[in-house]
Design a protein around this ligand. Structure first.
Ligand SMILES: [Zn+2]
Length: 291
């Protein structure tokens, strides 16, 4: 009880300090945590979804959100375990997934696909002294980290959102974190500047969906709820249908505008967000024309 009173006073004092000295934008970032399995959690807010996997030797984080979200991540990790963070996996290069790498001690091992490391090396946030927050270990097609119940499998199947998208699988828990290869059920962002490809996207997901076995639950890159492996596979079909419709419009000689206006996808994709349709048709046209 004494502890609760103390906390209450702290909160009041903290609020007073904030209102006196800081604008609302400078309020401390606060994340949310959701249990996915007994030792696997999803930390939401501040950019991409972070996974926190509590192993025998420490906590493995998948993605570190935007810059300045380290304390918010650790606050939620501390609500479920006292173990230290020992490893970070970055699913891809973007600043809303790698932004708080620099909050963690340089001794924390950072792992990513080799193309993601190359992409991160081009980012301002990893220049100079911050090079120490770049990945320490990389891989090409597949990599296994840790052992037994703590085993983590990393998979790369080709270009999609970027050219270094890792799918992180926790095999004993039958859960995968897909990063932004599957951010949400909507037209994906195709980051051509970081090697993304709208032409390869459907194949990349199809390969992943058929090669990776025994996953039931998916932590997507951005949707703040878990979803299913079937939804991930269906997202691949959505991208295949989108690519087919775009190719058809292009061979019919349609402009990008006409292609977007006439884009018809099967009824089962009616709930998918189409905000990125024009952007993706433009990029797929450019990619096909360059071939
Ligand atoms: Zn991204």
């Amino acid at each position: 009880m004494r502890r609760m009173i103390g906390l209450g006073l702290l909160v009041v004092a903290g609020a007073a300090t904030i209102s006196a000295t800081q604008s609302p934008e400078q309020k401390p970032n606060v994340a949310e945590i959701e249990k996915v399995r007994d030792n696997l959690f999803m930390i939401k807010g501040g950019g991409g979804n972070t996974a926190a996997f509590v192993t025998a030797s420490g906590v493995v984080l998948v993605d570190t959100k935007l810059a300045n979200w380290g304390p918010a991540i650790m606050d939620k990790v501390r609500s479920v375990t006292d173990k230290p963070v020992t490893m970070i996996v970055n699913t891809h290069t973007h600043g809303d997934h790698t932004g708080s790498n620099d909050y963690f001690p340089a001794s924390v091992e950072i792992v990513a696909h080799k193309n993601t490391k190359a992409n991160m090396q081009k980012m301002k946030q990893f220049e100079g002294d911050n090079k120490k927050f770049l990945p320490d270990r990389t891989y090409k097609d597949r990599k296994t980290l840790l052992k037994g119940a703590d085993r983590i499998d990393l998979y790369y199947f080709g270009a999609g959102h970027t050219n270094g998208d890792t799918i992180v699988v926790f095999p004993t828990l039958r859960v995968a974190h897909t990063g932004d290869l599957f951010a949400r059920p909507a037209t994906p962002l195709i980051d051509v500047n970081n090697g993304g490809s709208g032409v390869s996207y459907p194949d990349t997901i199809r390969k992943a969906a058929t090669s990776i076995k025994d996953v039931d639950t998916v932590i997507p890159g951005h949707t703040p709820t878990t979803t299913t492996w079937a939804a991930f596979a269906e997202f691949g079909e959505f991208n295949a249908a989108f690519l087919a419709a775009t190719k058809e419009a292009m061979s019919a000689g349609k402009s990008v505008e006409d292609a977007v206006a006439g884009l018809k996808l099967p009824e089962k994709f009616k709930d998918y967000g189409m905000q990125g349709a024009k952007d993706n048709v433009t990029k797929i046209y450019a990619e096909l024309q360059a071939k």
